[in-house]
Design a binder for this molecule. Structure first.
Ligand SMILES: NC(=O)C1=CN([C@@H]2O[C@H](COP(=O)(O)OP(=O)(O)OC[C@H]3O[C@@H](n4cnc5c(N)ncnc54)[C@H](OP(=O)(O)O)[C@@H]3O)[C@@H](O)[C@H]2O)[C@H](O)CC1
Ligand code: K
Length: 510
């Protein structure tokens, strides 16, 4: 499913009306009706005192249509209209007349105070004040009205987007409605999934409004749902054997940081890699050996961490692997930085670069475009800040564009971890993940994800698909873990749930 920016959602409207001949009034009718019909499964309209708060734009227009359908569903309905009515477009004006013709009271208010008696009495408030047309910080009386809506005990349903929320960033423009439900119309917007927009949105419901899918087929950002992932998963047929499910070599660990390497190996194991090897340094190997009998642990050179002179032997060893991962627990010694540089600039198959492997890449100023291999980088915001020179807050401001700009510029796959995780693709398109939860913000999750993505790539998936499936699967396993223990579940609990998560995806697909 596409994820739109404000401009893209406007473009979608325009294409629908000009190229597909769908009149604005038809889209508005479908939008207003969708709000009422999608909410049927969550609330009873029958007898509910419903106040629809309308602005003077098309979001308000949707609201006048919802008033008609809520009445039709048996609700007691009243409209509060705030703003200059002369700003209303033709469709909105028309649907206002229709509502008034049916005897629905429409109360024009200039001050928020005037709306107080109705709002505090309401069982349900439909917020149709401002949608994607938010122009700046919410002005005066409408800000006050939003604060009153937030103060009531009514069930609040936002039309398209919570009023006051900036569609592109998910940030409140001064203030924004805290909705219990939001019905996204025609497309899910960036503000619905970017923090704190995802909080203001409440339970996100989606409804098409008649715009043909073709209209948005080349839009660049997609939300990842199960139906996008299932077709990408390699089918483990009866004759599949270790060789076919690929060989992943994980260059990781150093003295005192053996755990990260083992977690990456564990993630790969439970994600179905055919064979997994951990290659580490002389001092670290004995600590790791035997922890997972299925994982071959070997070492190159002696000493506490990887050094440049080990690269030769490492590249020799790497010939046996389909995919390598570099980084978990390797440390930041300058010799290790040189080791990573040599590996990344010479390995010609797929490389997943994570954790201190990313630190090394930034330090060594590796020119990713000139590397012979297919790269997947998996930074969290801090590591991405070091790679790009952007600050963490600059990145969070534009998480989706920051990821896709970088992946396009460097022609690689970038997994920008966080809430939500964004996957930038070499052609500048991007995926936004829809699985995962706050309980996953603990140490070791990233190491595990590296193993999961590595396992997908080892099973022959492209770098883009490996990242998409790996991130989705990892988050889904985290959601399964959270079902039993909401917070405080261990990384290992998540890893052990990967096979169940994978089965859940393929089962539902049959
Ligand atoms: N395909 C679709 O998604 C469709 C969506 N529809 C709905 O249309 C809105 C977008 O409608 P638009 O007319 O562009 O604008 P809005 O209604 O969202 O917002 C304009 C109103 O908001 C007020 N406003 C704007 N900025 C501020 C601000 N900073 N402070 C206070 N008030 C603000 C503005 O007030 P004015 O006094 O400036 O007029 C307007 O009242 C989309 O979200 C969908 O809900 C279509 O109906 C169908 C297709
Ligand atoms: K709204």
């Amino acid at each position: 499913m596409i994820l739109t920016s404000t401009a893209e959602s406007r473009l979608l409207d325009k294409i629908a009306m000009t190229e597909y001949g769908l009149p604005e009034a038809v889209l508005m009718e479908n939008a207003g009706r969708a709000v009422v019909s999608r909410m049927r499964e969550f609330t009873d309209w029958e007898g509910a005192f419903t106040v629809i708060v309308c602005g003077t734009g098309n979001n308000g227009g949707d609201g006048f249509v919802s008033a008609r359908y809520a009445r039709g569903a048996g609700a007691r309905v009243l409209v509060i209209l705030m703003g200059d009515p002369s700003h209303m477009g033709e469709s909105a004006k028309m649907y206002r007349k229709t509502a008034e013709k049916m005897g629905i009271p429409v109360i024009e208010v200039m001050e928020a105070e005037e709306a107080v008696p109705y709002l505090y009495d309401a069982d349900i408030i439909i917020d149709s004040l401002i949608g994607t047309g938010l122009a700046s910080k919410v002005k005066g009386e409408k800000a006050a009205l939003i604060d009153i809506i937030n103060d009531t005990d009514a069930l609040v349903v936002s039309t398209d987007i919570p009023s006051g929320l900036v569609t592109d960033t998910g940030r409140p423009a001064g203030t924004a409605v805290n909705a219990d439900f939001t019905v996204a119309l025609g497309s899910v917007k960036r503000g619905h999934v970017l923090y704190p927009g995802s909080e203001h949105t409440g339970r996100l419901l989606f409804s098409p409004i008649g715009i043909p899918e073709e209209a948005s087929e080349d839009f660049p950002v997609r939300l990842l749902f199960r139906e996008d992932i299932a077709p990408l998963l390699p089918v483990r047929n009866q004759i599949s054997h270790k060789g076919k499910n690929g060989f992943l070599g994980i260059f990781a660990g150093s003295s005192g940081m053996e755990g990260a390497a083992l977690l990456a190996g564990q993630g790969a194991l439970y994600a179905g890699a055919g064979k997994t090897a951990i290659i580490t340094t002389g001092d670290a190997a004995p600590i790791m050996a035997g922890k997972f009998p299925e994982i071959m642990v070997s070492s190159i050179g002696n000493g506490p961490h990887f050094t440049e002179d080990m690269a030769e032997a490492a590249l020799e060893k790497a010939k046996a692997y389909d995919v390598i991962a570099i980084g978990p627990g390797i440390g930041r010694d300058e010799e290790t930085v040189k080791f990573v540089k040599k590996m990344v600039e010479n390995f010609e198959k797929t490389i997943i670069l994570d954790a201190d492997g990313l630190y090394a890449a930034a330090e060594a100023k590796i020119d990713f475009k000139s590397c012979p291999g297919r790269l997947i980088l998996t930074p969290h915001v801090g590591e991405f800040a070091r790679l790009t020179g952007l600050s963490a807050s600059e990145i969070e401001e534009k998480r989706i564009d920051a990821a896709s700009d970088f992946s396009k510029k460097n022609r690689l796959v970038l997994v920008l971890k966080g809430a939500p995780t964004v996957i930038g693709l070499p052609d500048g398109r991007s995926y936004v993940n829809t699985t995962g939860n706050p309980g996953m913000a603990t140490g070791g999750m990233g190491d595990t994800l590296t193993g999961v993505i590595g396992a997908m790539a080892a099973q022959g998936m492209s770098p883009s698909s490996s990242a998409a499936v790996g991130v989705y699967l990892h988050g889904l396993a985290g959601d399964l873990a959270a079902e039993t223990t909401p917070v405080g579940y261990r990384v290992t609990d998540l890893a052990r749930l990967l096979p169940k998560a994978r089965a859940q995806i393929t089962e539902m697909d049959e």
